[in-house]
Design a protein around this ligand. Sequence first.
Ligand SMILES: [Zn+2]
Length: 363
Amino acid sequence: MSSAIRDLPKHRCELHVHLDGSLRPQTIYDVARRRGLKLPAEEFEEFKDHVTCCYGTNKSLLEFLNVFYTFHPLIRGDTAAIEQFAYEFCEDEAKQKVAYCELRYSPHYLAELKPRDGLPYVSAETVVRCVNNGLRRGCHEFGVKIRTILCCMTDHPEWSMEIVALADKFRNEGVVGIDVAGEEILDPPAKEIIDAFTRAKELGISRTVHAGESGGAQNVLTAVEVLHAERIGHGYHVLEDQSIYKKMKSLDIHFEVCPVTSLITRSQHSLEDHAIRQFDVDRVNYSLNTDDPGITQKSLNEEHLLAVNQLDLDSCSLTRCAFNAATSSFLPKDEKQELIDYLKTMHGIPTETSVTSLSNLFP
Ligand SMILES: [Zn+2]
C-alpha cells in the first residue's frame, strides 16, 4: 500500500497547514480512549462532530478555534500519539499528490506543561522531537518532503522566545521558520512576539504571520513592517486598503490563502467577491492551502476543485500557485532550486525555463 502512495506522481505544494488541524478524527478518538480520558461523546460518530467543523456551518474564527480547545486535552503530551499524527500526515499529503509541504504547529499546545491527572510533564522540545521522528519516518515511506514551522501563539506571548530558540536548535532537522497563530491580536503585537521575530530575523530564521484573516489591512502591514514577515497567512483583508495592498505587491509578499477555512470562519463572506479572485487577476504571489483539513474534512484536491468550480481559477492559476509556493518556500536556496526543477518535470516544463519566464508560460 505505502509503495503505491510513495510512487504517486506529486506535483502540488502547500505552505499553510496546521498539524493539529490535520488529525484524523479516528486517531484522536483511539488515542483518547487508550489514555482513558473523558470524551465529549462516547460514540465515534458523535465524537467526530466535536472535533470537526465542516463547510456550511458558518462559524466565527473564535468558534472555529474552540474545536481545537475541545480535543487538545485529549492528545496533549502523548508522545506516541504526536509521532503518529506526524507520520499519518505524511501519508495524507502523499495521497493529495503533494511534493513539498510546510507543516506548522505550536509545540507548547501539544506539550503537557502543567501535568494533570497523573499524566507526566512533556516539554515543547520533546514535542518537536516527536514530530520530527514521525515526519522522518513518514516522508521516507510515502515519498514526500515536509518541513516545519513553529508557531508563537497570541494568547501566550511568553512562549515566543522559546519558539525562536527551538527553531534555531532544530534548523538542521527540518524546522524552517516561525509563525504567529491564534486570535489575530496584532494591533499592536505583544512585545515578546516583536522581540522574538526581531531575534528570528537576526538568526536568519524565516517568518510568516497570520494576518488580515479576521483583522484588517493594517495587521498585514504590521506583520511585514514590525514582525518582518516574508509571507502572510490568509491576508484577505489587505484589499481594504489599496495603498497597503500595492505595497505588499511591490514587496512580492506571498499570501498563503485557504479557501475553505476562509468561508467557514466567515473571514470571507462570499465566493463571488472572494479576495482570491482579485489576487489571481492581479497576479499576486499566492498559493492555495488547506489550513486545517482534519477539522474541515476537505482535502487539498477538494480545495483545488472549489477554486476552479466556484472561484473560477483555471489550471494555469493552479500551476502558478504550485510554483509560487515553491519559490516562496522557506527551503534553503539549493533545495528550493531542486524543488522548482522537480515541479517543472512534473508539469512538463523544460528545466532550463527560468522562474521569471514561467509567468509567460502561465499568463
Ligand atoms: Zn492557519
